[in-house]
Design a protein around this ligand. Structure first.
Ligand code: SF4
Length: 329
């Protein structure tokens, strides 16, 4: 069954919805702008593909580490390979930066064009930040390689019966999503979750490592929702819905600081996240016609409120189209 158009729930979606309803509308219901104004729709499609240079650092670090881990798993990650990976990512970043900088953003949206920086769209000069961005990405790999985590991961490759490395360049959405159809509120809703790196030590013992290069989680006591969703996904894949005999150990490792936080997932975490997902989905459903998750048709744009925080708007990629939309309200 194809669930492509169904309502999807991911931590990113919920974060965006809580951040600003209008931003959520631009990002996830872009196609509905076509009926309002074609230019507005195409501009929004373009903006949707742009990211800030800081976000590109996170994205490219993710790509580089994933490529590196794949070579490490095959015992091919020697110094020559590391240098080659770093050189390749630097070249990719330079090429994409130049395409982005020289792009005519007034031109009609073309899905075959490459997209890169929101700064270029908004005519902000970031030439002097490219090398710094490349250095951050390659330094993140060096930091990881010289950390004790590197040795632990290597050991897992040696002894664990099964390991998983995410492929962020080619996300496999089918594999990333879960459908929880034994909870009526979640019927036909796609739940998206995929960690960076996982190890199955033996049948009932899992170790998961998620790398972060964003804001550090300062509250170590609570397991982040994202991690609970991953754990729930693993249970469901095993055909279970409650945590009984599964031992799941979770780590978040930050780059470049190497701060790490670890948790053991408890049965209460699983119960909490099921309730949280139900609440999130009920919130998302308020913005679709007839609460119909399969059709997933958004309410008219006026039903999506703008944030009242000017600070949020200052850095929002959609600020141009958000202003344009006002003339259709
Ligand atoms: S510019 Fe402000 S109000 Fe508009 S979508 Fe972005 S955050 Fe929301």
């Amino acid at each position: 069954m194809n669930h492509q158009n169904n309502l999807w729930r991911s931590n990113t979606r919920i974060t965006v919805l809580e951040y600003c309803q209008k931003k959520y509308y631009f990002n996830y219901y872009t196609h509905s702008l076509k009926e309002i104004d074609e230019k507005l729709w195409l501009d929004t499609l373009m903006l949707k593909h742009l990211k800030s240079i800081e976000m590109r650092v996170g994205e490219k670090t993710h790509h580089l580490l994933s490529d590196y881990l794949k070579f490490l798993k095959k015992w091919l990650a020697n110094q020559e390979k590391i240098d080659e990976l770093k050189k390749d990512i630097a070249q990719i970043m330079i090429d994409e930066f130049n395409i982005s900088k020289n792009r005519d953003y007034e031109a009609w949206y073309d899905r075959n064009q490459r997209f890169w920086l929101s700064e270029h769209y908004y005519k902000i000069d970031v030439d002097d930040r490219l090398q710094e961005a490349i250095n951050k990405v390659t330094n993140n790999l060096d930091t990881f390689i010289s950390s004790e985590w590197h040795d632990k991961v290597l050991r897992y490759f040696e002894i664990a019966p099964s390991t998983y490395i995410e492929s962020p360049k080619r996300p496999d959405y089918e594999n990333m999503r879960i459908i929880i159809d034994n909870i009526p509120e979640l019927l036909n809703v796609c739940i998206l979750a995929s960690p960076d790196f996982g190890v199955i030590m033996w049948e009932n013992k899992y170790i998961i490592i998620d790398r972060k290069s964003w804001k550090e989680n300062l509250d170590d006591e609570w397991v982040p929702d994202q991690i609970k969703v991953y754990a729930l996904k693993m249970l469901i894949k095993k055909g279970e819905i409650e945590l009984k005999d599964l031992d799941i150990k979770w780590y978040e490792v930050y780059l470049p600081s190497l701060k790490e936080i670890g948790w053991d997932i408890t049965a209460k975490d699983i119960e909490d996240i099921k309730n949280k997902i139900i609440n999130d989905i009920n919130f998302q459903k308020q913005f679709i016609v007839d609460w119909d998750v399969e059709k997933n048709i958004p309410l008219p744009h006026k039903n999506f409120n703008r944030t009242t925080s000017a600070k949020k708007c200052e850095s929002c990629t959609f600020r141009k189209v958000c202003e344009d939309l006002k003339s259709f309200e």
